[in-house]
Write a protein that binds this ligand. Structure first.
Ligand SMILES: [Cu+2]
Length: 147
């Protein structure tokens, strides 16, 4: 009988200890949450700096690293375009007829573009990239990518 009472006392002690541990955990979590809110408030005070960091990443395309080619009158304009590595080139079909952009070596291409549709490609490597419209074989162009 005494043993049973001792066991019950022990169980009660365990629960009381757990409650103490829970209190510590809750206090710890509260401190953590308050610190998190403070840190979050600090980090949102400089949004301009963080977006500038994204744009300065190597290989990232910024507004100055883009160029356009029009598909107009069954011709690419400009027919030959020189850009720096990392430039995003966008083709826009200005004709009512469908056109496409296809590398002459077949390694990249757009699929059919109807009037007003665009196709963009980032040129990450130096080189001369010849392409053609597969619907109109006389419609050719070249992108020259330099350092
Ligand atoms: Cu075409």
């Amino acid at each position: 009988m005494k043993n049973k009472i001792n066991i019950i006392k022990n169980v009660i002690n365990v629960f009381q200890n757990r409650n103490d541990d829970m209190k510590k955990t809750i206090i710890g979590l509260s401190v953590f949450m308050v610190l998190s809110v403070i840190l979050a408030a600090c980090s949102t005070t400089a949004p301009a700096a963080s977006s500038a960091t994204v744009e300065s990443k190597p290989g990232a395309v910024s507004a100055s690293d883009s160029a356009n080619v029009e598909m107009k009158g069954f011709a690419f304009s400009p027919k030959e375009l020189t850009v720096k590595v990392g430039t995003k080139v966008t083709w826009t079909n200005m004709d009512s007829a469908g056109h496409d952009v296809k590398a002459t070596d077949g390694s990249w291409g757009s699929g059919t573009l109807t009037n007003g549709q665009t196709f963009s490609m980032v040129f990450d490597k130096e080189g001369t990239y010849a392409y053609v419209c597969t619907f109109h074989p006389g419609m050719t162009g070249t992108i020259i990518v330099t350092k």
